[in-house]
Design a protein. Structure first.
Length: 218
């Protein structure tokens, strides 16, 4: 029997930190408005880290976790690619007025995808449902900011993104902080359901509790 550690805390933490940094920039904290500092995080932590977590969720048989982590890992890698000068993405829009609308389409598509994942969390936990609901709204606000070019929408999305990051960190902590590793646990608010669900230790299908490992045949 081969035992796999739960990849959910890695995926959630990678998403949380990358989202937190970009959201601080979206809210223009300390007058920082250039987002390129997030490129490294987006490529290697939010991107590669989540991609690997998604692959391990596939190995664990967790379809929801695999889809979510792999997809958002791809999101961060694609976002970093947009910001990289050598990618030519931004350069392709020079001399046109299309960039903001193009980014609006990009963010709106992620809002639709996130909403689908939100619908798939209704039998999981309050923490997970809250995370995907707020993330959906965040993408909508950021998309509106690009379409309208009004910084108010972008700042609103940034502030909500900070909340999303904190919820994701909380959910990661709920898996890591258990009776086996600490003196207390973080409640995640299980929602009514007819069978146990899981997303790592915080939500969708499989019945694995925080602190438990997933056993697989060699």
């Amino acid at each position: 029997m081969r035992k796999f550690a739960d990849p959910a805390p890695l995926g959630l933490s990678a998403f949380a930190l990358t989202t937190f940094v970009l959201s601080l920039i979206n809210t223009q904290q300390r007058d920082v408005t250039i987002p390129n500092v997030v490129v490294g995080l987006a490529l290697f932590y939010g991107g590669l880290g989540q991609l690997l977590a998604g692959m391990w969720e596939f190995a664990s048989g967790n379809t929801f976790g695999a889809t979510a982590f792999t997809s958002y890992g791809g999101f961060w890698m694609s976002y970093a690619t947009v910001l990289l000068p050598n990618s030519g993405v931004l350069a392709a829009y020079q001399g046109t007025t299309q960039l903001h609308d193009a980014l609006g389409y990009y963010l709106l598509g992620w809002a639709v995808f996130t909403f689908i994942l939100f619908l798939a969390t209704f039998r999981s936990t309050a923490a997970l449902t809250t995370l995907f609901f707020l993330l959906t709204v965040t993408f909508v606000l950021l998309s509106a900011g690009e379409f309208t070019q009004h910084v108010t929408w972008t700042k609103a999305g940034g502030w909500l993104g900070i909340v999303v990051a904190c919820v994701a960190w909380y959910a990661a902590g709920a898996v890591l902080i258990t009776r086996e590793s600490s003196y207390f646990e973080l409640p995640v608010g299980p929602l009514p359901k007819s069978f146990e669900t899981r997303f790592g230790g915080v939500g969708i299908e499989g019945g694995v509790k925080p602190g438990e490992e997933i056993a697989h045949d060699s």
